[in-house]
Ligand binder design. Structure first.
Ligand code: MG
Length: 319
């Protein structure tokens, strides 16, 4: 249950520890099988981020941002290979409703899509004529609109991209219209918007603000916005404050619970905003995605490594 028990990973074994979780609310007890364990699947990244699950191929693609590469974990045999390098310092990825990879690129300062024939095309690289900062994370709504966050982490230094000045002068959440391709700023009140996801009914948009990286007194929190059927965003109230390290990317399960990255692993929030449990990971975690043939395996990108844990819940089906 505790960090001290997680010694197997440090010695290079695959299994980390049994019962590597913490129940903070009894609602979490049904979600994690006590005999399940967090497994380390691959190590050797500098900063692992942006896992995306391809159901048809049974593989996970993720980013190793400072190494400017994307990796692929094949669930059928555990093999890991380089998917693309260089890759434009990709960060977050998702799979759209047609099964295509949609990627945030720090280097290209754009959101791109990998077509079925392998071509990589630009979805968005400017707003009001100005170059984007460095898109960080992305989701696709059921109407085909593409929503992404645009903090400055990829242009702050040469570590995760190419150092440059911001042209937009802000860090916003944007929506790309599925018909016109128009890029519209829909959330403009955040310091460094980061991970984002919709509720199962798509009436709520959750967005993490990691502005503390630049403004030390800020809390690391997740806000929730109301979304109209036409894609209008309103409100924006506090949903949760991170209790350990930083929230970054996150995903929802079928019941609308939020499984978010944090400093000590994955934190699970009930839709009412209660932190109900944790899955401990030996490294600070940056993002996760549900995969496996039943979408009940949570793949976790955590600093140097890709981990997985089998849960008793299923991920929200988004394509
Ligand atoms: Mg992120």
């Amino acid at each position: 249950m505790r960090r001290e028990d997680r010694t197997l990973a440090e010695t290079g074994e695959t299994k980390v520890a049994a019962a590597d979780y913490e129940v903070l609310d009894q609602r979490f007890a049904r979600l994690f099988n006590g005999s399940a364990s967090v497994e380390k699947l691959f190590t050797g990244c500098r900063w692992a981020e942006g896992p995306a699950w391809f159901a048809a191929g049974r593989y996970v693609v993720w980013s190793d941002i400072p190494n400017n590469r994307m990796l692929r974990y094949d669930e059928t045999d555990g093999h890991v290979s380089v998917f693309r390098q260089p890759c434009g310092y990709t960060n977050g990825h998702t799979v759209d409703r047609q099964g295509r990879l949609v990627s945030c690129e720090h280097g290209g300062r754009r959101v791109s899509r990998t077509e079925h024939d392998g071509r990589v095309v630009t979805i968005a690289d400017r707003w009001q004529g100005k170059r984007l900062n460095s898109p960080n994370d992305v989701v696709v709504k059921s109407d085909g609109s593409i929503w992404f966050t645009d903090p400055t982490y990829g242009i702050d230094s040469d570590y995760e991209g190419d150092r440059a000045e911001s042209e937009t002068g802000g860090c916003n959440v944007y929506r790309v219209d599925p018909d016109t391709g128009e890029v519209e700023a829909v959330v403009t009140d955040m310091v460094r918007p980061n991970g984002l996801a919709f509720s199962p009914d798509e009436r709520l948009l959750y967005v993490v603000d990691t502005g503390r990286s630049h403004v030390p007194d800020l809390p690391v929190h997740m806000k929730v916005y109301d979304v109209s059927g036409a894609g209008r965003v309103s409100g924006g109230k506090l949903f949760a404050v991170c209790t350990e390290g930083f929230f970054d990317g996150f995903r929802l399960d079928e019941a609308g619970r939020i499984w978010t990255s944090a400093g000590d692993g994955i934190h699970c929030y009930d839709p009412d905003g209660t932190l109900i449990g944790k899955v401990f990971v030996p490294e600070p975690s940056a993002n996760c995605v549900f995969g496996g043939q039943k979408r009940n395996v949570l793949y976790i990108c955590a600093t140097t490594s890709l981990y997985a844990v089998r849960l008793m819940v299923n991920g929200l089906k988004t394509y």
